[in-house]
Design a protein around this ligand. Structure first.
Ligand SMILES: [Fe+2]
Length: 394
């Protein structure tokens, strides 16, 4: 009687995914199989060396099944491995793009330093500045500003009236007659001019000349940078005013500014951030004030007095890509990547510690320099954007 013969074992079997899976019955098995088989035989002599052939056959089958099972698991992992490789590739590309955009947004081109004043100020600040009381003690001065003339990130100065009645200005912008009037309305006693990083300092001199009783506060590197800039005749707006308080990596846990300032503010220095960011928490009104630590693009408020065609929503493709990368809305994944791969890469543990210190503050509002102010829900937004740093892992 005719019986169908079993097909001969194939050497180059490929599964439905197209992955090469050497036939387990073929003598040219992987070395791992032989080692495994040998070990199993040694461990179970009764079932291998001294056992009848049937038992040995069973043992071999068991070993093969074990092997097959492992091969099968390995084969199953190959598809995820490919996916993993693809993800890794994507993450690397994303990180490269992130770092490039981060650099573009935070590290001005060298010639920008030489003409900073003209590029950072709108030509008609009085006409386009939005002055807004976000609390009875805090006023923001929002202006349009495009980095490189292409990326509409906006700019914002913040004026705070301390419990003592003194005023502190953060990231000062152009001191327009309207801004001066607002300062006078809050008492006019400007005692502190704060540059919260090494970028937001261009109007420090203008404010210092208008309010000579004020002291300057800033991060390490800024006095040197300003001194260098002031040598250029193109930077007439950058003076040589001395800084009363300079945050450094070493003194950041001990530095004091003044009793009335310290009574109202908590502050944290992100010394590992490329821009040397300072974050300030105004306790009486539960407001976090910072510059480039967290972006909240698009800068709708800052461009609200601009013609329709100049508003961020009508910006070019590059600008719109940039705005989506620096958004704090939704999952904010790209900003998270910025902060993880670029901003904190120098000293992530130190950066994480600073993030946790800020997250411990009881703020409800965030005033960023770029993008809209977050009134209410600021803490939740901060925790979302800095989620990886708070966890200490991605
Ligand atoms: Fe900035």
């Amino acid at each position: 009687m005719w019986k169908p013969r079993r097909p001969a074992p194939s050497l180059n079997f490929r599964d439905s995914f197209g992955h090469h899976r050497p036939n387990q019955h073929h003598p040219r098995k992987p070395l791992a199989f032989h080692i495994e088989h040998r070990l199993l035989s040694t461990r179970a002599p009764s079932a291998s060396l001294f056992a009848p052939k049937t038992s040995r056959a069973i043992s071999t089958t068991t070993a093969c099944r074990t092997h097959q099972s492992k091969r099968s698991t390995f084969a199953t992992r190959r598809t995820p491995r490919r996916a993993l490789r693809a993800r890794l590739l994507f993450a690397t590309a994303a990180a490269a793009v992130s770092i490039t955009f981060f650099w573009a947004s935070h590290r001005p081109f060298s010639n920008t330093n030489n003409t900073m004043g003209s590029k950072l100020a709108p030509s008609n600040p009085s006409e386009v500045m939005v002055i807004r009381n976000i609390t009875p003690n805090i006023v923001t001065f929002s202006v349009p500003f495009s980095r490189f003339g292409r990326l509409p990130v906006g700019g914002r100065g913040t004026l705070v009236r301390l419990t003592s009645g003194a005023l502190a200005v953060f990231s000062p912008v152009a001191l327009t007659p309207e801004a001066k009037a607002k300062v006078a309305e809050l008492g006019g006693n400007v005692r502190y001019i704060v540059a919260p990083d090494i970028e937001h300092h261009i109007f420090v001199t203008e404010w210092a000349q208008a309010y000579p009783d004020a002291v300057l506060v800033g991060p390490e590197g800024l006095p040197e940078k300003r001194a260098k800039m002031s040598l250029s005749p193109e930077n007439k707006n950058v003076g040589k005013e001395p800084f009363a308080a300079v945050f450094t990596a070493k003194n950041k846990r001990d530095i004091k500014i003044a009793p009335d300032f310290d009574a109202d503010f908590e502050y944290e220095f992100f010394d590992s951030h490329p821009n040397k960011e300072l974050a300030f928490f105004y306790k009486p009104d539960r407001v976090l004030i910072q510059a480039d630590l967290l972006f909240n693009l698009p800068a709708d408020e800052q461009y609200s007095c601009m013609p329709e065609a100049d508003k961020p929503k009508n910006a070019g493709l590059l600008a719109r890509i940039f705005m989506s990368l620096q958004s704090a809305q939704g999952e904010a994944k790209w900003q998270k990547r910025f902060l993880w791969y670029a901003a904190s890469s120098k000293n992530r543990d130190g950066f994480n510690t600073s993030v946790r210190r800020v997250a411990a503050w009881d703020f409800n509002t965030i005033v960023p320099c770029h993008g809209d102010t977050v009134v209410g829900g600021g803490k939740a937004l901060f925790e979302k954007v800095f989620e990886w740093h708070l966890k200490g892992r991605k």
